[in-house]
Design a protein. Sequence first.
Length: 631
Amino acid sequence: MLLSRKVAILCTAKIHDYRTYEFVSNLSRHLSTEGIILFVYNISTDLYWSDNMPAEASVYDLIDWKIADIVIVMDEKIKSHLVTESVLSKAKKHNVPAVIVDGVHPDAFTVGFDYESGFEEVVRHMIEDHAYKDVHFLAGIPGNNFSDRRIEIFRKVLEENNIAFSPEMISYGYFWSGPAKKAVQLLADSKKIPRALICANDNMALDALEVLQENGISCPDECAVSGFDGMDSIYFSTPQLTSSHCSHAKLAEAAAKTVLKILHGEKISKSPVLVRPEIILAQSCGCRIGHLPPPEYLVNLSNRYFEFPDETRAIFRVLEKMQTSNSLNEASETLRRDLIYSLTVMVNKSYTSPYNEPNRQSAKHFEDTMCVFYDSEAGKDFEPYDIDRSEIIPNLKQALASSEPLIFTALDFVNVTFGYMCFHFSYDDILNYSRIPMIVTALRNSIGGFAHRQYQRYLGAQMEELYKTDSLTGLYNRSGFNRVFEYFTERLKKSKGPVTVVLSDLDRLKQINDLYGHSAGDKAIQESARAFKLACPEDALCVRFGGDELLAVIEGDVDTDALKKKIADYLDSYNEISGKPYKVKSSIGVFKTTGADDIGFETLVRRADESMYKEKEMHHKSENSASTFQV
């Protein structure tokens, strides 16, 4: 339940496909009349060819089972029994009833097409209505259940019409283009083209038409052809293909009735609810008639052809700017265009940080805290902000006001999930659905590209810091100091003010290293550098000039006596609490110039060095007389 309304979860693929859209649109319409919310979890491509599960399939992990009242899985659209099994096992664990569409599972109610009766109607039309006796069957994959059942139906109709069956009447096209063309070409090469070629699906039938025409064989005069499935391409083949239409609108109506019965607590049978396909007669079988595609399909096709190229270019120009953005706010701002509407983009909070490696998958595909990266319904002053994932999207109540489904899809880059998108259209239009894969692809690449550039800038800054900074003390190293000193000098030449140079050197470092080890010596250098840095002004250029020599260049006049005292006080405090059997002490040399023209680098160092050694000699005399260095 959500907002006092029941929630139906739909797992599907390729929602932009006309048939899937037809199912989702009609299912939503039927359920919304009962006040039921429909959440759709969608991937842009099916998983038939996926050896390894792609990151976009993580969208099914986004399902919040605490609010789900029922789940519907379009098994044949997703084409991954692994995904279907995962979703249905989670549904069972959370006591959520399940409906599987075009599939079979022991823990789910089944709604699907009566493919067998539909296919049998096509076969009977070819053999009984047209009286073709010399027939050949182009089957799918050997051992595949769908293909084997259609072979059985083919044999059954032959036997009922007193036509002897033989294995030579079967070829295998594997439901796909290359194998199907090869199988039909073998028939043509053997001069054994049958009077009628019955194909197990439309894809192979269309390929068969192409091969027949290439070999100068007229269809249907020399070889009649039929398909099955009712795919869109049959409307545009020459001749038009006889097939069988599997109405996804009727499938959605049957699924909605099953869902409503379950949610109303009615006892229903586990027997499959099957929708019978409708035969489509056309010229390829010899009927000499044609058929037209649904009018809305032609409108959609026309709009895709004429509008999408310009729209795609415009969207990708906007998203190119995102990848070169310098901040999260700037990247988000690039999306505030009329081209991208009815959309909320949620990004894992860690993914928005420039300090986290984008290629590393989070412990969860979707973190508990998400960043609202973009919200089309927000005002002009929108800036990305954090939100608890349990809220799903901001302004959820407003998004559900239209009764249209919410459509979720995962965002991933280089196969790493980093967030999700939610489309919340206010009206039913296939063009909206058609834009989804284009927008998803554009955003996953642009946001992913922005995150990677952001991380590269961070790494570059880190490398720059390592290049110019001494790792032991955190002060500039010689190389880093030299680069900064050039700019510092130019600034001083303009100001023409005085410059103070301070040089620090540890006393008796060699004895500390020899008697207590180099780690003790390093610690002494660290504490000396810390005292040095704290005593110098914030804008001073501080460098580890040599092993234990520290140099500071300070713009303006400085109270060097106070500076020396700060260093001495810090080290005295450290010596008091450290418990070390030796004292850390520095000798400080100071040199002041009267103006920037008198600050050649070598001169600075030599003058400060002379001053420092005078102080070091004084320290040695004092230590020797007082025996302050302890062994």
